[in-house]
Design a protein around this ligand. Structure first.
Ligand SMILES: [Zn+2]
Length: 235
């Protein structure tokens, strides 16, 4: 037989579990989590856009520098062409000039692309920046509501914890450690009665009587091989 205090302790844990489950089902708890995820995502978007804007700024500066370099080369070429009379040399310089003009055309296209991207980013940035305060406000409101709901059950939770602390003083340490280990693994209840002499009171698994008798020989409890709960004999 498992101590009555242990079973009471377990029952109180059951009530705590129920309270926690109810709180988690609370609309403000669910919405709070959604708001939090959404605002985190929004912040990440803003950071990403910031980084992209910086990248574009650097690209633009680089492209503008390239434009300046090409312009200087074109000016040089134009000056040289003005002083040339030989047709071959003229053709050669014209070819070089055209190459530079084509290059300039490409860079100008690149600049347009950067500016377009910049506009898109700026728009996305404005949208995200306008959305963030709404999400943060939504989170705060739900957080407040949830805290209120949590505060309502707090007295009962405290009462349970105080009672459990009292009970624990008279619970066999070995049994309590087994309980904690199984309970922390997510099983509830941990201690279940043997039903009809052969069945686990937790998962209802039927066991051969000889096996049950062998397991209980000299012991007050046995472990269910199927669900891992601790089975005790009712007296
Ligand atoms: Zn079982």
């Amino acid at each position: 037989m498992i101590q009555e205090e242990m079973l009471q302790y377990q029952q109180l844990d059951g009530e705590l579990n129920r309270i926690e489950r109810e709180l988690r089902k609370n609309e403000s708890f669910v919405k709070r989590r959604q708001y939090k995820a959404a605002s985190q995502e929004c912040e990440e978007t803003i950071n990403r856009l910031d980084a992209r804007a910086l990248e574009l700024k650097n690209q633009l500066a680089q492209a503008q520098q390239t434009v300046q370099n090409i312009t200087e080369i074109i000016e040089d070429h134009s000056r040289e062409i003005g002083s040339l009379e030989d047709e071959d040399e003229l053709n050669y310089m014209n070819k070089k000039l055209n190459e530079q003009l084509a290059e300039l055309n490409n860079v100008e296209k690149e600049i347009k692309r950067i500016l377009r991207d910049g506009e898109d980013i700026s728009k996305a940035f404005d949208e995200a920046s306008a959305k963030l305060p709404r999400l943060v406000a939504g989170f705060r409101k739900c957080d407040e509501e949830f805290n209120k709901a949590a505060a309502e059950v707090k007295p009962r939770v405290n009462e349970i914890r105080t009672r459990q602390a009292e009970l624990k003083k008279s619970i066999d340490e070995n049994i309590f450690n087994i309980y904690k280990k199984v309970a922390d693994g997510g099983l509830y209840p941990v201690f279940v009665p043997l039903e009809d002499g052969t069945r686990c009171g937790g998962c209802r698994m039927e066991m051969p009587k000889a096996q049950v008798d062998a397991q209980f020989a000299g012991k007050t409890y046995m472990r269910c091989e199927h669900c891992g709960r601790i089975i005790f004999k009712k007296e």
